[in-house]
Design a protein around this ligand. Structure first.
Ligand code: FDA
Length: 305
């Protein structure tokens, strides 16, 4: 049953018609639990509240799978506005984005041009930018774009997914780039030809890549809500005397907020991924697919209307 629900939400996450409708009608069905609002003003208020509690942020202007050049350029413009807001308001926040919102599906030229614009402004404001990892079909090109940009900028990092077989090799290859990486389990539906189908194998691979990247001496963001992985990381950094400046934990806005504060109280750095904007539908569906128990919130949201 859970698998069926998961697959249904993953299928819905790619529905173009629903994405359009969702944009038009604003945050609905409990999505506000996971999304900070439609506008940058709403998002900055949320960041300020989180910062006051000692939580750092990475801000994401929602958007993905853009096929039109003008739309991709507009996304880049709005992303630059978000960086300027972070810089001018002195918020403790980095920025995250998806390359398909910057033109990855259009051409290398468009995506690189938009990313260079964004990273130049981000550099001015000392804002670090993380390139999220999308589905497997875009993984190779995302890493190629990252490597190209990394040669020119030191304020850019990316994400690797523990569910992919290739990730161990990517960790090794990215070591020479001194890559600042966010490590995650992986949020898309992938074939067993490219990804571990079993949760247990994903978790074991997750531990392995965390260990490899940390022991290679590189900055590692462990992005998970899973206590077992968090506890594993705490032990690992203690045994190997890895300084607090070389790693952090990351979690999504609206998920396990009490655990987020607990980690900060224990002295760890915790960064919250805060999405905002009108293109919330795909992001929201992926959160439901991860944990069909969240559907209860959706149902409550519908009943209240
Ligand atoms: P897992 O799903 O095994 O959950 C462990 C426990 O956490 C659950 O038992 C539950 O208690 C809690 N939990 C997990 N998800 C929850 C939810 N939705 N609601 C409530 N509780 C929940 N993926 C990707 O492919 N590319 C990317 O760029 C990113 N970026 C990213 C940034 C950050 C900061 C985070 C935290 C995650 C991502 N992800 C991602 C998503 C990631 O791949 C993964 O899908 C989710 O983090 C869920 O996996 P967990 O590691 O939390 O473990």
């Amino acid at each position: 049953m859970e698998k069926l629900l998961r697959n249904s939400f993953m299928f819905l996450s790619r529905n173009k018609m629903m994405t359009k409708l969702a944009k038009k009608y604003g945050l609905r069905f409990g999505a506000a639990r996971f999304v900070a609002g439609n506008t940058i003003e709403m998002a900055t208020k949320v960041i300020e509240e989180l910062n006051k509690k000692g939580l750092d942020v990475t801000l994401d202007y929602l958007g993905e799978f853009i096929q039109d050049e003008q739309e991709a350029n507009e996304m880049a413009n709005n992303t630059i506005k978000a960086i300027e807001a972070i810089g001018k308001e002195h918020l403790q926040s980095q920025l995250s984005l998806k390359l398909t919102s910057m033109g990855l599906d259009i051409s290398d030229e468009v995506v690189l041009q938009n990313m260079r614009r964004i990273l130049s402004v981000a550099k001015q404001y000392k804002v670090f930018v993380t390139i999220d990892m999308e589905d497997y079909s875009r993984c190779e090109r995302t890493l190629e774009v990252y490597k190209e940009l990394r040669k020119e900028f030191n304020n850019v990092g990316t994400v690797l997914q523990a569910y992919l077989y290739r990730t161990v090799m990517d960790i090794e290859e990215l070591a020479e780039y001194r890559a600042n990486l966010r490590l995650v389990k992986g949020a898309y539906k992938e074939s067993s030809r490219v990804a571990f189908p079993e949760k247990k194998a994903v978790d074991e691979n997750f531990k392995q890549i965390i260990k490899m990247h940390l022991l290679n001496g590189n900055f590692t963001a462990v992005a998970t809500h899973d206590d077992a992985i968090i506890d594993y990381t705490k032990k690992l950094v203690k045994v190997h005397k890895i300084p607090k400046s070389q790693f952090e934990f990351q979690m999504l806005y609206g998920i396990r907020p009490e655990k987020q504060l607990e980690l900060v109280k224990e002295g760890y750095r915790l960064r919250v991924y805060v999405p905002y904007g009108t293109d919330w539908y795909g992001y929201f569906m992926r959160r439901l697919a991860e944990r069909p128990a969240n559907v209860a919130f959706v149902l409550k949201g519908i009943i209240k209307k």
